[in-house]
Structure formats: C-alpha cells, structure tokens
Design a binder for this molecule. Sequence first.
Ligand code: ATP
Length: 212
Amino acid sequence: MVTKTFTVGLTGGIGSGKTTVANMFAELGAYLVDTDLIAHQLTGANGTAMETIQREFGADFILATGAMDRAKMREHIFSRPEEKKRLENILHPLIRTETELAAKRMQGDYTIFVVPLLVESTSWKQRVNRVLVIDCSEATQVQRVMNRNGMTLEQVMSIMKAQASREQRLQVADDIILNEGDLNEIRAQVALLHEKYLKLSETTETNSTQCL
Ligand code: ATP
C-alpha cells in the first residue's frame, strides 16, 4: 500500500535537547512517537515487559510499585554485555511493536520518531525518511545532565562514552539543529525545518509496509 507518511528520526546524545526540540515540532503539528517513553511504559508498574523481566532477572530488580528498578538494572548491565543483551532481547521487540502501533495512530502532518540510540541501532536509519540530529558540544551536554540529574562528571562521562560520538552522529545526519543558547533561536531553526518537512511530506510517497 502506498501512503504519504513522511517520517523523521530525531536523535542526539544524552542531554542534547531531544525532548525540548521534539516538543517544539509537536507544537507546530508534527506527530511524536517517543521510543524512550515507550521503553519507560513497558518497564513501569504493570508494564507489558515486567512479567518477563521478573522471570528472567528475579524479584530483586522489581520495585514495590511493580516497576523495574532502573538504577539497579542500569548498574547490573553496565559492565555485563551479555546481561545487557538479555534485557534488550526482551525490550526491543516490544518497543518495536508499540512503536508500530503508535505510528498507526498517526495524527498530524508527518511523524517524528524520537530515538536516543538511532545511530547505534542497525535498523532505524533505514526505517525513516530523514535523520535529524540535535547537536551541542560535549561540555554543554555534561553541564545540562549534571544540573538536571545531579550526576557527577564521571557518571555523565561514562554514559556518553557508551553512546555514539558527536562526529558519528553528525555523519549520519540529514538535518542538524545546533541546540546551544537561546530557546527562541532554537524555535526559529525548528520552524524552518518544519516548513521543509511539510513540503517533503507532500512529495514523499512511502510504501507503508516498508515504513517500520
Ligand atoms: P536525555 O537524553 O537525557 O533524555 P534530552 O536529549 O531529551 O535528554 P532535554 O531533556 O530536552 O534533552 O534537555 C536536557 C536539559 O537541558 C533539560 O533540563 C532542558 O530543559 C535543558 N535544555 C535543553 N535545551 C536547552 C537550551 N537550548 N537552553 C537551555 N536549556 C536547555
């Protein structure tokens, strides 16, 4: 089936401003599918992944609320690649299914998928029409995350080291928003790109079976 579903994959490093910028696009009429939010819901209280996570990892990783103990799990998988893989094998197919369902409910001019690890993923780049990278200096990333989460410099740096580098992200970018400084200036960059995406959404025909 051929439809006109234009899709953008929005990505960026931790603290780059993905959520801030994605919300600006949504205010203008883009339809957002946030894969991070979907992952949080799956591992929240009553989340679809919780039964399997409890069976595979044990009750130690479940909080009293029924949600996954994210801090404990993060620490557990950090230096254990095989455990990280085990968690991903549970979560990734579920995230994919939920993402597809959310995309089908699309209302808006075009769809923006917010995918923190798009560059690190083997499949996302092929699943969207354009890749939009939210870029800022590493110093800005560190400052923002330390301010927001009360993390130490070392904690933020270790997360950043596990992610793609700024250069790797910029290499796969079709579009870039430099998110440094004043939010009004960022809003102006968003408005320009939104116009471009509206035009592209009118001319891009996507085979919907290949879309996701
Ligand atoms: P994460 O990867 O951790 O989910 P993110 O990439 O979604 O983060 P945001 O949550 O949008 O980033 O932004 C990180 C922090 O930086 C937030 O506290 C946000 O308010 C702030 N921030 C983002 N952009 C700017 C900006 N241009 N000026 C000032 N503060 C900003």
